[in-house]
Design a protein around this ligand. Structure first.
Ligand code: ATP
Ligand code: MG
Length: 570
């Protein structure tokens, strides 16, 4: 994979001397940013919203919300009042109590955020569901979590098989024309009291239940607790580099962990102005949002950047993106080709960040104050101890591929897999290493390099090949829009590399093109890494959070059962 170095851009960043900050780092110092450091009483919604009002920042804009029906703004004071009202509705009409699982299943809208914060104010554990989930996905999650309350819309409510969910007691509808079987949220909301007595919690009390993306198998219900805010806060400070004047936009839906940890908690814990946009992706729509709100910090995903890249560079000239100062990416490996493109069209580096639903917050990242080696996910967050270990937990020397692991004990670590303690235990080695399931190596400068999911690493003719490397080379080819690479069993070589490729507009599949692409990888990467087989696809199977599902490619190829497809795109 061709890596290039992108030097630090001029600017004043919160994290200046990485090595010094790491050497001095102490999580208990970070806690001092919060009122609960002295009171001992904690509530995420208070720390995100009400605290800023108490500190005299009530008039600052907390939320710009935009979609085809809305173009609204809410100050921190507005957010406080609206979340209080939502809390009162949930408490009065459904008697929601601390620890109850309250699910939210609705398209993005300002109300979604009021309800989520309101549920947190009661001490409920929030379960956000992506609006595109169909009945099976909805049922699995409500059943597994034993949710008692759900807030949804008339158009989605039919996907909730209420007869099969004995724990589900209350269904709130946030539209007009609510049937008698359901509770009319808005009617109660209009009347609701504007003040609310927040439920004060312990730092180990539940916060949010997120189901993983389902890239590798059945989604897991990951429980996070209030304590996670320590890491949300400090990563917002050091990695997002949020400052008083920033306008921040995270494009992720709150149905996925990025959409809450970095779409809600990190920005508001840092008191930033948060832009939230609903509706579907379109390149013009996205550039318009960057321009209209004068977005300064933008957090998105490789799949979105690749789509923008595919839409062409000409259109970018029609927008004023001069306010952008910091761009970040998460969710999948960030191909060097995408960084190169971002640098060309935005004049900015795209900063890759690596973490998982289970880690709750950033773990390995590219800090704005650090040179970027394109293709590398960067270095550990201060306070996080990461290493490459073998299956027994022995630390491997630099440049050796192995398990990407972290020492247990970072603040935002999951606390259980809901209703599956055995699965939770299976993440840890007796020596205290958390095994991520991803394969990586660390270079002599301490940068980490993602190779693929451990199960996706290919053994071909005695060589271990990470799919990411091959995919990144493939997308450098002008005809290739996206690529997914798998190992296919082979009697002689163990496995051969097979690539599935979606072509860019204007290119037609042909044997000549296959050969050209093969030679391109062979010359640019290595002979053993060149795919022996290539298959063109109109599009690749992806999760709704935008990740290529290699297990599905493999299942199709080998005629195996495809497993859980509840999170796959249509
Ligand atoms: P499931 O666990 O259900 O199979 P998933 O692992 O895709 O799904 P998430 O928790 O949403 O669910 O994603 C975390 C995974 O995404 C990581 O383990 C890693 O494989 C991948 N990932 C996230 N960020 C990056 C990144 N910056 N570079 C490479 N891979 C990344
Ligand atoms: Mg996972």
């Amino acid at each position: 994979m061709k890596s290039e170095i992108y030097e630090v851009e001029q600017g004043h960043y919160h994290l200046t001397d990485y090595d010094q900050v790491c050497a001095d780092f102490d999580w208990s110092e970070v806690e001092k940013a919060f009122s609960w450091h002295t009171t001992g009483r904690v509530n995420m919604a208070y720390e995100c919203i009400d605290r800023h009002v108490d500190l005299g920042k009530g008039d600052k804009v907390a939320l710009y919300y935009k979609d085809k029906d809305h173009n609204e703004k809410y100050t921190f004071s507005d957010m406080k009042v609206n979340s209080n009202k939502a809390a009162n509705v949930l408490k009065k009409a459904a008697d929601v109590k601390k620890g109850d699982r309250v699910f939210i299943f609705m398209p993005r809208s300002p109300e979604l955020y009021f309800v989520l914060l309101g549920a947190l104010k009661i001490g409920a554990i929030v379960g956000p569901l992506f609006e595109a989930f169909m009945e099976k996905a909805v049922k699995d999650r409500l059943e597994n979590s034993e949710a008692s309350v759900i807030i949804t819309t008339n158009s989605l409510v039919d996907r909730i098989p209420v007869d099969e969910l004995p724990h589900l007691k209350h269904i709130f509808i946030v539209d007009e024309d609510v049937s008698a079987d359901h509770i009319d949220f808005n009617a109660l909301y209009q009347e609701a009291d504007e003040t609310f007595d927040i439920e004060w919690l312990e730092r180990e009390d539940g916060l949010i239940l997120h189901y993983t993306s389902g890239s590798t198998g059945q989604p897991k219900g990951v429980l996070h607790v209030q304590n996670a805010m320590i890491q949300h806060y400090i990563s917002g400070h050091y990695v997002l580099d949020l400052k008083e004047d920033d306008i921040y936009w995270c494009t992720a839906d709150p149905g996925w962990v990025t959409g809450t940890s970095y779409g809600i908690f990190a920005p508001w814990l840092n008191g930033a102005t948060n832009v939230i946009a609903g509706g579907r992706f379109s390149p013009e729509g996205w550039y318009q949002i960057l321009e209209d709100f004068k977005v300064t910090i933008w957090y998105s995903a490789p799949t979105a950047f690749r789509m923008l890249m595919g839409a062409g560079d000409e259109m970018i000239k029609n927008y004023d993106l001069s306010h952008l100062r910091h761009i970040l990416s998460v969710g999948e490996p960030l191909n060097p080709e995408v960084i190169k493109w971002g640098y060309k069209v935005f004049g900015k580096r795209i900063h890759d960040t690596w973490w998982m639903t289970e880690t709750g917050a950033h773990m390995i990242v590219n800090f704005p104050s650090m040179p970027i080696k394109s293709g590398s996910m960067g270095k550990p967050l201060p306070g996080v101890k990461a290493a490459i270990v073998d299956n027994e937990g022995n630390i491997l020397p630099p440049n050796r591929m192995g398990n990407l692991a972290m020492k247990k004990g970072w603040p935002s670590m999951m606390r259980t897999i809901w209703n599956n303690e055995a699965k939770y235990e299976s993440y840890f080695l007796p020596s205290g290493w958390y095994i991520s399931g991803d394969s990586a190596y660390m270079d002599e400068d301490g940068y980490f390099w993602f190779q693929g999911r451990v199960d996706d690493v290919i053994m071909t003719a005695g060589e271990r090949v990470g799919p990411f490397e091959v995919e990144s080379k493939l997308v450098e080819h002008p005809a290739v829009a996206e690529a997914g690479v798998i190992g296919k069993p082979d009697p002689i070589r163990g496995e051969i590399i097979k690539a599935f490729i979606a072509l860019r507009e204007g290119y037609e599949p042909s044997d000549a093109l296959k050969e050209e692409i093969r030679v391109f990888v062979k010359n640019g990467l290595a002979a053993h890494a060149a795919p022996r087989e290539i298959e063109f696809k109109d599009k690749l199977p992806k999760t709704r959070s935008g990740k290529i599902m290699r297990r599905v490619l493999k299942a199709w190829e080998l005629d195996l059962p495809t497993g859980d497809l509840s999170t796959m795109e249509d």
